[in-house]
Design a protein around this ligand. Sequence first.
Ligand code: NAD
Ligand code: UDP
Length: 319
Amino acid sequence: MKRSVVTGGAGFLGSHLCERLLDEGHAVVCLDNFITGTPANVAHLTGHEHFRLVRCDVTDYVHIAGPVDYVLHFASPASPIDYLNLPIHTLKVGSIGTLHALGLAKEKRARFVLASTSEVYGDPQIHPQPEGYWGHVNPVGPRGVYDEAKRFGEALTMAYRRSHGVDAGIVRIFNTHGPRMRPNDGRAIPTFATQALRGEPITVAGDGSQTRSIIYVDDLVEGIVRMTFSGHPGPMNIGNPHELSILELAELVREVAKSESPVTFVPRPEDDPTVRQPDISLARRILGWEPAVDLRSGLDSTVSWFREHPDVARPDVDR
Ligand code: NAD
Ligand code: UDP
């Protein structure tokens, strides 16, 4: 039986990944300090005989007894509200936390996968973004704590691959949505869905012409699992190339929620990227993967989840 360690496994993406790896027949150790995640996200897995949840801050240490085949490093605040609230922790988990997770993979001779992000491209000047694009990031702006932590994590991952021969790879994840997002995490979809369901105004930043390309969590997890098992070093974009403006997204969420909320325009955050769209040719070619869930049906599932869970456990970071 294969054994996987998922750091940040009690978060939104990590919890889906733990579930999927158990389905693949793996034993799964989930490490989390619950700073932005919650044990409730994996409560349905805790009775599984091959699932173990360990409270641990990966910036302190990562120690696991016994063999490990895969280390998937997902621990990090991920929503702009979280990393702006936790700037130093974000830098620590992207640097020291990644160092510890790579150290575990080295010791166990395990395959390592870093959850990187489309944010490494910053406010991109090449569109869509292929993996060969080096990005356009403001290191000293408020978002720099996240973007640079991930860029450092990528450099460290490649150094462990080159210098220590660790079978390490990097996935660059684009905006993802699905069940278990927190209604108050400040990201566009949870915010719009919650506002639409409550009949409150939907807060579109700027004039809403900035774009994003959003992927449903099931598609993302399929891509990540295939990338993990492929042994490919990456970096590899995993996202849905379907690009739309934030105003279009707000209107679509409102329609899916059958809401009559008005749209209201609010100031745009500093360094908010103007466009974002993954070039997924590499994932198509290497993994034979592409997203299968269309935007509207994905949003249907996400909005339904917010409708059914208006009061999900909210960690202290929610304001
Ligand atoms: P999340 O906040 O729901 O999950 C992150 C998890 O990491 C949480 O459970 C949190 O408690 C845990 N964590 C944070 N610091 C930790 C530490 N020091 N030790 C142990 N656990 C710690 O966020 P998410 O959306 O699930 O994102 C997961 C990963 O995917 C992150 O690395 C993020 O950067 C990356 N990512 C996510 C997206 C997205 O759209 N969701 C996009 C790009 C990249
Ligand atoms: N956004 C918005 N209203 C909100 C929250 C976000 O218009 O209430 C915008 C945000 O400014 C950005 C886009 O939606 O242009 C996506 O933001 P999100 O935080 O979801 O992801 P990221 O900026 O990290 O891609």
